[in-house]
Design a protein around this ligand. Structure first.
Ligand code: FAD
Length: 349
């Protein structure tokens, strides 16, 4: 049994798929260590791919939790909710929370994920759009869309298209203003795009091509008695709907790591063992870019199975392993023989 003096303190920033898996694996690998999760979320871990269920009548937050509170207590995983990390001092091995509390660590795993990207030209219209990346945002959006209501989706990344499947299934109308981020994170060649767009139309999505974010002149509140949103395009055409939802892919949440001494490109840069440029700091999930020997570049690996595998690997390496990253899912987007879209991003069970 380790003495209090030599017990290591592993801190995980983020309670998403990567952070939760990492904490669980750390506990298995090091039964005596202290493991703490810091998260700005007020809810315990839930799978974000479950959020579209709000349109199927699931509204109670308890239905979304992956594990009950006892799960963390039994495993002696300290869970600090509503705790926003403001900064990290790698040299002093200290984390500063927004409310000025300082937390010391022996090893740190950053698993702070990403948040929805909104192109600069649309940022002034943010207050009129409904993002969909947390339980709270999902509830707000669901309350705004009436039965059989009309959702105008901008961008159309795979997260948005996943939601579109549920919306159509629950008899809503979906119009997609397509653009370069449609199908993100898949990289789609010009030759593949027409077939994929045809598959979206077969699903029941009304696709507006050729406008994208740069083609939008404004997003406005509808006048009394009309639909609540109007999207006006630069060519003078317009669309009316109940909500406008942005789905332009994710940007890594790394702000609090700026100045920490760890290298950042867009995400936190990690070697194949998921270690950053600081030996006590690792990163996993949507926040990190992993060095690929084959591609000679740092790159993101998205998808729920990849993210969970990263959390597991980072924890095992923190506990003394040295295994390299091997992707847990492939990245190809297909149209099946019967014209349906098939993506590993949508296979999460
Ligand atoms: C609606 C929706 C549907 C999706 N559907 C799919 C799907 O079908 N298939 C799929 O593969 N993926 C899907 N995804 C994406 C998938 O959810 C993400 O890839 C995954 O959640 C990333 O996990 P993560 O652990 O890296 O980060 P996240 O799940 O984003 O978790 C990040 C954590 O970090 C915390 N955090 C961030 N900043 C701070 C800070 N400064 N201080 C403290 N805590 C902080 C957050 O509170 C959160 O707990 C979907 C996402 C959404 C939103």
């Amino acid at each position: 049994m380790a003495t209090a003096k030599n017990v290591r303190h592993h801190v995980v920033i983020g309670s998403g798929v990567a952070g939760s898996q990492a904490a669980e694996t750390l506990r298995e690998c090091e039964p005596d260590a202290r493991v703490t999760i810091l998260t700005l979320s007020s809810l315990l871990f839930y799978n974000r791919y479950d959020l579209p269920k709000v349109f199927r009548g699931h509204r109670d937050w308890r239905e979304f939790l992956a594990y009950p509170a006892e799960y963390y207590r039994e495993r002696r995983i300290g869970m600090r909710r509503c705790s926003r990390v403001a900064g990290v001092d790698a040299k002093r091995r200290a984390i500063l929370l927004d409310h000025k509390e300082e937390i010391r660590f022996d090893t740190l795993l950053v698993a702070s994920g990403g948040r929805g990207y909104v192109p600069e030209e649309l940022s002034e219209f943010r207050p009129l759009m409904h993002p969909f990346s947390s339980y709270t945002e999902a509830m707000v959006a669901a309350n705004e869309v009436p039965d059989r209501g009309h959702v105008i989706m901008l961008g159309g990344d795979m997260i948005g298209l996943d939601l579109a499947r549920t919306l159509l299934d629950t008899r809503h109308r979906v119009t997609l203003v397509a653009g370069p981020q449609t199908f993100w994170p898949h990289e789609v060649g010009a030759d593949e795009r027409p077939g994929l767009v045809a598959a979206l139309e077969k699903m029941g999505i009304e696709v507006v091509e050729g406008a994208d974010a740069g083609g939008i002149a404004s997003i406005e509140k509808g006048a009394r008695g009309l639909s609540s949103r109007r999207v006006l395009f630069k060519d003078g055409t317009e669309l009316y709907g109940d909500v406008v939802m942005p789905f332009f892919g994710l940007v890594p949440s790394v702000e609090f790591m700026l100045g920490s001494g760890v290298d950042i490109e867009r995400g936190l840069l990690v070697n194949p063992a998921l270690r950053t440029t600081n030996e006590g700091i690792y990163a996993a999930g949507d926040v990190c870019q992993i060095w690929s020997d084959a591609e000679r570049r740092y790159r993101f690996y998205y998808g729920w199975k990849n993210v969970r595998a990263m959390g597991d690997l980072a924890a095992r390496n923190i506990a003394g392993g040295a295994d390299p990253w091997v992707p847990a899912q492939d990245e190809t987007l297909h149209v099946t023989a019967d014209g349906n879209i098939q993506s590993p991003f949508w296979e999460y069970e």
